[in-house]
Every structure is written in C-alpha cells, then in structure tokens.
Design a protein around this ligand. Structure first.
Ligand SMILES: NC(=O)c1ccc[n+]([C@@H]2O[C@H](COP(=O)([O-])OP(=O)(O)OC[C@H]3O[C@@H](n4cnc5c(N)ncnc54)[C@H](OP(=O)(O)O)[C@@H]3O)[C@@H](O)[C@H]2O)c1
Length: 386
C-alpha cells in the first residue's frame, strides 16, 4: 500500500508517520511537507524519526512539498507523477488554532484544503481509502455532561466553541458529499495530550493548557467536569490499526470513553506532587476569568469576589514581571476551559470492538509520569503561537 500522509511534522501526524513506516503492509509514504526545498523537507521528516531513535528509510519516506491552503493545490498534486499510485490518503494536517485571529486561515486550510484533496483523490485510479482525521469535538456546545456517540455528528445545527471545530465538521460534510461512501473513513480523536510512554512528548500541544493552569494555580473551571483525554500513542496505534482492520463502521471516536475518562481536577491532583511548595490548586467558577483579566489590567473593582484569594493574587504578583502579561495567558486559555467544562465523553465501544484494543490509561495516570516535562513549556510562546 502506498500512503499519502498530510501533517506528518505535527503531533499526531509524526506519530502516525513512524507507526506507518513500521507497518508491513506499507510500501511508500508520500509525506506532504511545508518546506523551502526537498532537502529542507527531508530534514524536517528525519527530525520526526530522530526524536525517539526510529529508523528513517529514505526509500520509503518520500517528501512532497506543498501547502494545502494554497489556491489550486489539487493541480499541484495532479502534476506530481510520482504520487499517482497512492492507495490511501491519511489527512492529518490541519490548522488547529483556537484563536479568533486565525479564523480565516483555519477555514482556508481545514475546509479549502479538504476540497483540494478531494479533487485530487477523485482522479486516483487505485484509491482504496481516504482517511480523514477529524475531531470528536465537532459535537458542539449543546451536548453536556454525557456520553456522545459518533452518529450524532456532523450536525449543522450545533454551536461551536471555536471556528476550528466548525471547519473540521465541514471537512467531513465535504467528504460525504463528493466521495463514494465506501472510500471514506473518518476517525475522530477526542483530546490528544502527551504520551503514555515515559519519554519526551512529540509536542506540547494541549499540555500547554495544563502547564498554564499549573502556573496560575487558581483555575477558573469546574475541576469535576468529565474530560475525554487520550495519549498520542493510543491515538496513533488505534488509527493505524483501524486502517488495516475489518471495519464495521464509517466513523470512529478515538477516545478514552467513560471508563478511562478524567477531569481537570484529577489531572491537577496527579501532577501536584511534582511541584512541591507551590500553592494548592483551587478551582473557581469559570466566569471568574473575567475578574482575573480585570485584575491583571489593574481595573478590578473593590469588593470583587476575586479578592477572597489574596494569597493567589500575591503569588501572581511574584511570578509575573508585569501582571498584565497574565491576560495573554487567560485569553489563550479560555477556549480550553470552555471545552473542559462541557463534560463530554466520547463513546469508544465501536473502536475497541473493531481493533480489539484495551481502553487507554486514564490521563491522570499517564500524565503524572509526564509532569517532569511540563517545565520545558514556555507558556507565553504557546499562548501567542498556538
Ligand atoms: N491534538 C489534538 O488534541 C487533536 C484532537 C482531535 C483531533 N485532532 C486532529 O488531528 C490532526 C493532527 O493534529 P495535531 O495535534 O497533530 O496538530 P499539529 O501538531 O498542529 O500538526 C498540524 C500538522 O498540519 C500541518 N499543516 C498545517 N497547516 C498546513 C498547510 N497549510 N499545509 C500543509 N500542512 C499543514 C503542520 O505542518 P507544519 O509542521 O509545517 O506546521 C503539521 O504537520 C488534525 O487534523 C487535528 O484536527 C487533534
């Protein structure tokens, strides 16, 4: 099988690339990479393998330069003779930003990019499967504090926390509209965070939010809300297994499910022993984030509820050169807090039945082992470049 993989320099895509490269049924992997030259693309791809000493086979891993957000990208792919023997497309690339300032580019890459890939895929003679890495969070804001099933989405009526999830939903809708049903496989990971192996995570995406909460200590979120979080190795192994499994469904959640779910409170409690001497974590109501922002601006009115926590306010004064900086963190953190309070758990019974895997370890168990890596995270860099 020859695979065309997008997003291989990313968190999940990197893991997928390494796992696919070790799979006996995989012949070549054409990797779409943003790079200035073929040499640069190879350096980027080798880096993915070098992180944990995996073997990079240049005969198998073949870079394809390109940007899926580019106008007429389908023609770029069409004019590349080498990749026309693709059997499987694994589309993992996306702009995953939650920040409103990136909404336009998020649409261009996540909707426009799928459109272009669809146009190209329709020309492929030997295409078996178009695997689209979607997201379980297309379920929207309405489903709260309950288990969510694959069949509930896509649903154009739901409201989205961020534009990103809307665009991921539209990607699924486009595939259903233009490609034969039997060629489309949708996988919808829940929240991918860290790695269950006790080693350096491939990316700090989303772990950033944990480190930011770790820094703030007073966290405006309901710590008891159920959270569906999975490690990247479980996500990748499940997706690769599904690709080659006898599948009974067109769409799968790649998720913790109820039995392996967690909560913000459980995660924070699990990492707390790794940071002795800091103030204990305290969870306050989410709307208090507005008071935190006003306080950081020096404009919180006297008598406001936030003043009930003077030790946290003093602590913030001690850790920030200028407390105004805290607003950058709060603005970036806000959508994460909103997701964390939805209380959505994504049913994974279809996945587990079809690939025969055990559920993943709950996040508060495996993340306790990763707590030592949190200190590597530059929270400000993560906040401005999500
Ligand atoms: N992480 C999660 O919690 C999570 C949860 C559910 C679903 N997902 C889905 O899983 C997939 C992978 O997410 P991730 O967390 O691995 O994201 P990521 O680390 O941000 O990686 C994104 C990848 O997409 C590539 N990309 C972005 N824009 C591109 C463009 N215009 N042209 C070509 N490539 C482009 C990036 O390339 P560069 O290296 O050049 O930037 C990178 O390889 C996405 O489809 C996402 O929606 C992620």
């Amino acid at each position: 099988m020859n695979i065309f993989l997008t997003g291989s320099t990313g968190f999940l895509g990197g893991e997928l690339l390494v796992a696919l490269s070790k799979h006996k049924e995989v012949n070549k992997i054409y990797c779409l990479v943003r790079a200035i030259s073929e040499e640069h693309a190879i350096i980027r791809l080798k880096h993915v393998f070098d992180l944990h000493g995996d073997e990079f086979d240049a005969k198998k891993i073949i870079p394809v330069l390109g940007n899926i957000g580019e106008h007429d990208f389908a023609n770029v792919l069409l004019s590349n003779k080498m990749i026309q023997d693709t059997n499987i497309i694994v589309h993992s690339a996306a702009n995953t930003s939650f920040s409103k300032i990136y909404d336009k580019i998020v649409e261009q890459v996540n909707i426009g990019g799928v459109n272009e890939l669809i146009k190209w895929s329709l020309t492929l003679q030997n295409l078996d499967t178009f695997m689209y890495v979607g997201t379980a969070t297309i379920s929207g804001k309405e489903a709260r504090n309950r288990v969510v099933y694959e069949e509930e989405s896509p649903n154009l009526k739901v409201h989205h926390v961020v534009k990103y999830t809307y665009t991921k939903m539209m990607g699924e809708i486009l595939l259903a509209k233009h490609l034969p049903k039997e060629k489309v496989l949708i996988v919808r990971p829940s929240i991918i965070m860290g790695d269950s192996r006790d080693w350096l995570p491939r990316s700090y995406v989303i772990l950033w939010a944990i480190e930011t909460a770790n820094m703030l200590r007073l966290v405006p979120v309901n710590g008891d809300s159920a959270l569906d979080v999975i490690p990247v190795d479980f996500a990748s192994n499940s997706i690769v297994a599904l690709l080659f499994a006898n599948r009974n469904y067109p769409v799968y959640h790649i998720s913790s499910g109820l039995n392996s779910s967690t909560s913000s409170g459980k995660i924070m409690k699990a990492i707390e022993p790794s940071f002795p001497g800091l103030l204990p974590f305290k969870f306050i109501e989410k709307p208090m984030i507005n008071q935190m922002k006003l306080w950081a601006k020096g404009k919180l009115p006297e008598g406001s509820a936030l003043y009930q926590y003077p030790n946290y306010l003093d602590y913030w004064k001690s850790i920030f050169d200028d407390v105004n900086q805290m607003r950058i963190l709060l603005a970036a953190l806000e959508p994460y807090l909103e997701f964390a309070e939805l209380g959505q758990i994504f049913d994974n019974s279809k996945l587990l039945a079809d690939i025969g895997f055990e559920p993943p370890e709950p996040a508060h168990i495996y993340l306790a082992r990763s707590a030592k890596y949190l200190k590597n995270i530059d929270v400000f860099a993560g906040a401005v470049d999500p």
